[in-house]
Ligand binder design. Structure first.
Ligand SMILES: [Fe+2]
Length: 378
């Protein structure tokens, strides 16, 4: 089913009509602990929500675990809810989508995770309202969950939320640091989807939009935000979400998960640490290291186009441009600046090799190559 997207300042007002039409019995409202109030969402959504029965669920961490989602599923059921609204950042959205899918699929959630063939039922009707700009999770059919420190995924077509409301007003109170991290996630997801072995004409068009919008707006959204930069970053994140919804992410995302779970580097920042190096790495693809069955020339031509989209004249220049953006938005570019040392690199390598995500990368990545790449950014 295609997703309905409302966007622009004031788009949250659409919720009243949406709820009137969908007539929920009781709403399971998934929110962040603080962001629901600090984003202004609580205030602005009160009018639309106060005529409905709502159960609010915010009892989970930034990198949500399967146990937390299981708790959400059982509270959804014990409170007789029949509708989900998720209002928050990437974690909140992932919890809302996961509860939606797992509630509709009876069974042990722990048994269903990563076991996509067993997921068949459609999800509970879901409306998603992001309060950060960048993850794009409001427009993907998968979610990220942790078991211990290991990242897992839930994937099912019915996880694509029915409706999303992109109202930049909710992102206006974001701190510069969160704007920077989530914005880099948008830029990196756009780039990774562009060179992914799964890219299509459609996904690459979403990527182009995401990359252009992020490059033109991220620095101002962090350092001197105005209505345009907030709106454009929310759109950049959404386009990037739509791009990875088709093409998925690649090596920089695979390597990012242990950086987040073992070293507490926020997701977008963790991805951005290695992405600039992967531009050069992927461009040096050869017939022996090729993962994309469309051929070496195809991969190189796409990276050539990427370099152009970025307004650069070589892969080195494109890398420098991203490094420059990261410096401008005050994100560390070296692992040692984040307290990660040479011995820690082995933890990242050991836990950063998700076979599927590495396979999406146009050039095969070996442990030795990843070690070299990480040592260069030490
Ligand atoms: Fe991401």
């Amino acid at each position: 089913m295609a997703q309905i997207i409302f966007q622009g300042y004031g788009a949250h007002k659409e919720l009243t009509q949406i709820l009137k039409k969908m007539a929920p019995g009781k709403i399971f409202l998934v929110t962040g602990k603080k962001s629901y109030t600090s984003s202004g969402a609580e205030n602005l959504l009160r009018k639309a929500l106060n005529i409905y029965n709502c159960y609010r669920f915010d009892d989970f961490q930034v990198n949500p675990t399967i146990q937390e989602v299981e708790k959400g599923v059982s509270l959804f059921k014990s409170n007789d809810c029949d509708f989900i609204i998720g209002v928050g950042g990437g974690s909140v959205i992932d919890v809302a989508k996961s509860v939606s899918l797992l509630t509709a699929n009876n069974g042990d959630p722990g048994d269903l995770i990563d076991n996509h063939t067993r997921l068949s039922e459609s999800a509970v009707p879901t409306v998603i309202i992001p309060t950060t700009a960048g993850t794009g999770s409001e427009s993907t059919h998968f979610s990220v969950l942790y078991i211990g420190k290991t990242k897992h995924s839930l994937v099912h077509p019915s996880m694509l939320p029915d409706i999303t409301i992109l109202d930049p007003g909710f992102t206006e109170s974001l701190s510069p640091r969160i704007t920077a991290c989530t914005g880099m996630d948008a830029l990196c997801q756009g780039i990774e989807a562009f060179w992914s072995v799964n890219s299509t004409e459609e996904s690459r068009e979403y990527s182009r939009q995401a990359i252009k919008l992020a490059l033109a707006n991220l620095i101002s959204a962090v350092n001197d935000p105005d209505k345009d930069s907030r709106q454009n970053m929310l759109l950049a994140g959404n386009f990037a979400g739509r791009a990875i919804n088709i093409a998925l992410t690649t090596a920089a995302h695979a390597v990012s998960y242990p950086l987040t779970s073992y070293f507490n580097v926020p997701h977008g920042h963790a991805v951005a640490l290695t992405l600039p190096s992967f531009i050069k790495f992927n461009y040096a693809v050869s017939p022996e290291t090729l993962n994309d069955r469309r051929g070496v020339e195809f991969v190189k031509s796409k990276i050539d186009e990427l370099v152009k989209i970025m307004g650069a004249d070589s892969v080195s220049h494109a890398k420098e441009k991203i490094d420059f953006i990261m410096e401008s938005i005050h994100l560390e570019t070296q692992l040692s600046d984040l307290g990660i040392n040479k011995e820690d690199i082995e933890v990242i390598i050991k836990n950063g090799f998700n076979p599927q995500r590495i396979k999406n990368n146009p050039r095969n990545l070996t442990e030795a190559a990843l070690r070299r790449l990480l040592e260069k950014i030490l």
